[in-house]
Ligand binder design. Structure first.
Ligand SMILES: NC(=O)c1ccc[n+]([C@@H]2O[C@H](COP(=O)([O-])OP(=O)(O)OC[C@H]3O[C@@H](n4cnc5c(N)ncnc54)[C@H](OP(=O)(O)O)[C@@H]3O)[C@@H](O)[C@H]2O)c1
Length: 219
């Protein structure tokens, strides 16, 4: 696991610390690191360059990057960083696959739970196709176990829903009363999210568990 807190082989993508030791004897690397702060570029883009150079030195034969469906179509800093990370991987020295996933059910719940603590749920109009993280992880593992150079593989949830409907479903499942606050997103960002750039009608792998069922099963 790429983590600064991994018990056996901690690594820091921002500095490169620990990479050589962690990669010794590895055939495949799955990069599921993440950061959405101002340091995202240093960790995900520069960090990918560091990681790929260390993989080349260690003789790794397959680099699997976890990315996001439609990231290249969302005019927002974090998504630009993810797109740049993909370019680094595509042009890097190690045979690669990129698994693009849609938003995880878990991410929606974490976001709404945090907002709910403040007493309101500000939610923009956005078409989402959330997927259980376990189903996305299965798809990533299958790609990692397969041949290198798969190119891009998209994994998405079974249903496309409006973010506000997801919020209502979560609110009723969680027994919360926080009112929904329509959050207007003007400009290109709002148009892109409303148009559903984070969704895909024809994913390579389609998750089977809709958000509402997943909520019921995890309660
Ligand atoms: N969340 C979603 O809905 C979603 C949807 C589609 C795709 N994705 C993609 O899936 C991947 C994982 O996302 P996630 O939401 O599961 O991430 P996450 O829960 O935030 O986990 C990120 C991981 O990155 C590690 N990390 C952060 N900084 C690091 C550094 N400098 N060096 C080494 N490791 C570092 C963290 O470990 P430490 O803090 O211990 O270092 C943590 O284990 C990302 O590529 C993301 O773009 C996420």
């Amino acid at each position: 696991m790429l983590s600064r807190r991994a018990p056996e082989y901690p690594v820091d993508l921002e500095t490169g610390d620990g990479l050589a030791a962690a990669l010794e004897g590895c055939d495949v690397v799955i990069d599921a690191s993440n950061d959405s702060s101002k340091r995202a570029g240093r960790i995900l883009v520069d960090g990918s360059r560091r990681l790929l150079a260390a993989e080349e030195a260690a003789g790794v034969g397959h680099h699997v990057c976890v990315s996001i469906v439609g990231c290249d179509r969302v005019p927002m800093a974090y998504f630009r960083v993810k797109t740049e990370q993909e370019h680094v991987v595509e042009n890097g020295p190690v045979p690669w696959s990129i698994v693009r996933a849609t938003q995880f059910h878990e991410y929606v719940v974490a976001t709404l739970t945090a907002a709910g603590r403040r007493g309101v749920l500000p939610v923009p109009r956005a078409r989402l196709q959330t997927v259980a993280a376990t189903e996305a992880a299965r798809a990533v593992a299958d790609v990692a176990e397969g041949p290198a150079r798969r190119g891009r593989v998209a994994v998405a949830g079974p249903e496309i829903e409006d973010a506000r409907d997801l919020a209502r479903t979560w609110r009723s499942a969680a027994g919360r009363r926080a009112p929904l606050l329509p959050l207007p997103l003007p400009g290109r960002l709002g148009r892109a999210l409303r148009a559903g750039v984070l969704t895909t009608e024809r994913p390579d792998v389609r998750g089977t568990v809709p958000f509402a069922d997943w909520l019921t099963a995890t309660r």
